[in-house]
Design a binder for this molecule. Sequence first.
Ligand code: SF4
Length: 362
Amino acid sequence: MFKRWQTRKVNIGKLSIGGGSPVLVQSMTNTKTSDVNSTVSQIKKLEDAGCDIVRVSVPDLEAARSIEKIKNKIKIPLVCDIHFDYKLAIESIKRGADKIRINPGNIGSVDKVQAVVEAAKKARIPIRIGVNAGSLKKAQGLDTYKKRAEVLAGSALEHIKLLEKLNFYDTVVALKASDVLTTIEAYRVFASKKNYPLHIGISESGSVYRGTIKSSVGLGVLLYMGLGDTLRVSLTGNPVDEVQVGYHILQTLGLRSTGIDMVSCPTCSRCEVDLIKIVNKIEDEIKSVKISSRYKKKPLKVAVMGCVVNGPGEAKESDFGIAGGKNSGLLFVKGKIIKRLKPKDWVKTILKLIKEKNKGKS
Ligand code: SF4
């Protein structure tokens, strides 16, 4: 296992970010925060998907005043995202925010930052400094990612200096750009100078398809370098997808578990069953199994393979698997052949085995 960077531990609600704690998965609602019912309903779906921390934007006083009502109905820590108006941060803290995210680039003068810091200290909650290349004028127009990264990291360091001067150390830092190389380099530069816990993500990474690829590459590299204490995969889509992609990135690196690891082959002319349809159906069905009920367990390895070339080998290495043949498949459980199955029975057999295993029956 690669070594994780040692960062300070910062508490948020009952959880901790950094200091060797598990990498926490975050998402952000896209409802109107002042619409308490819709926001709570979306947060419940995120909780079911295994989301550890949720962020809501607080664009106005009505949203800030809703924080208390939302908090009363949810289980996971709530982060309030504030831009431009420091008073909204103070109101959100009063209403029970578990953490505040401010963009120092637009929150205003030192005395405004100080007012937010004093309120956070009193409430004993952390602040995330979220520096974003999109809102940092100095980072725009530079011709190399290294220069942009230096500016991003430099901006975070300046703000850290101010918070430290105010005797505030419960800080989490994010340095986001929509460009993957800038983001990776900015975190690397910052981590070589300070040990504050890192919130990692690729900002505005795009649609579910493109954003998943960009985030997987960017976050995968950062995590492998040992950097990252909490992550958000930002996607133009359903926030629940962000949580699922986040877990899959972490599972790929052995850092968290979604409960299930699926192995399937790309198919070729040797394949004599409709493997693509079968695998997509299984993937669809397992989405409905609540991650929250299984993500702490070591993932079950399930193999669904097209033929006897690699099929029996992968199926034997898995908790259970099927290796395809001519209009049939051999079912393996814990390395042993159990029976031959018709393709129409593959999906229901795999799902039944997953459910039984989740209940601890097999
Ligand atoms: Fe082709 Fe068989 Fe390999 Fe699948 S397992 S890609 S069907 S050779």
